[in-house]
Design a protein around this ligand. Structure first.
Ligand SMILES: O=C(CO)[C@H](O)[C@H](O)COP(=O)(O)O
Length: 214
């Protein structure tokens, strides 16, 4: 199980400072959508240059022109690029084809999908690398989470890795870990803590513990 640190509310120097604090305790650093909007793909390039040993995910949440956008994010140094599950199948297939060409991975964000099981099955058949259930900020604000959604996609996905994002904190991580996703994405659960390193260490330890059977 891998841990991804999501950076959403920072500029490039702040992102680099933040990652320095936790780099030994995370697997992937996400350049969040607001950062890409504010700073462009330069943020991906500079963070990858600063931390060549970490995988970098560009959270572009692609909706169209997928092959082109995956190509540009790849050129900037992204290892993983995100596309929205609600995009057209042609866009998903274009993203997967370009990622294969570039030696990169595609993570599909299931935000706003109603038929989670059906769409997850289709995406799995299209060869995407990760399928991620996600409660965005606007639904977190009304008390939602994606814990049940993770079980739903896990019951149908055969090939892709499964991931979960949205408001995960240390006190809710045990429930997430029990469902055994391949990837856990945490933003504010680390970045809003006074001791970010301690939060990342505690999360990493919890994720490494063997799961009780039965
Ligand atoms: O993609 C995002 C918002 O659209 C965030 O990166 C994701 O939700 C993780 O951040 P947090 O743990 O703070 O919710």
């Amino acid at each position: 199980m891998e841990l991804q640190l999501a950076l959403d509310l920072v500029n490039i120097p702040e992102a680099i400072e933040l990652v320095k604090e936790v780099e030994d305790h995370i697997d992937i650093v996400e350049i969040g959508t607001p950062v890409v909007i504010n700073e462009g793909l330069r943020a991906v390039k500079e963070v990858k240059a600063a931390f060549p040993n970490l995988k970098v995910l560009a959270d572009l949440k692609i909706m169209d022109a997928a092959g082109y956008e995956v190509m540009k994010a790849s050129e900037a140094g992204a290892d993983i690029v995100t596309i929205l599950a609600v995009a057209e199948d042609e866009s998903i297939k274009g993203a997967v084809a370009e990622a294969r060409k570039q030696g990169k991975k595609i993570l599909v964000d299931m935000i706003a999908v109603k038929d989670l099981a059906g769409r997850a099955q289709e995406l799995d058949e299209m060869g995407v690398d990760y399928i991620c259930v996600h409660t965005g900020y606007d639904l977190q604000a009304v008390g939602k989470n994606s814990f049940e959604d993770l079980q739903t996609i896990k019951s149908v996905v055969k090939n892709a890795k499964t991931a979960i994002a949205g408001g995960i904190k240390l006190d809710t991580l045990a429930e997430v870990v029990a469902a055994q996703p391949d990837l856990v994405i945490v933003g504010g659960g680390i970045t809003s803590q006074a001791d970010k390193k301690a939060a990342a260490v505690a999360m990493q330890q919890m994720m490494k513990q063997p799961v009780a059977q039965g």
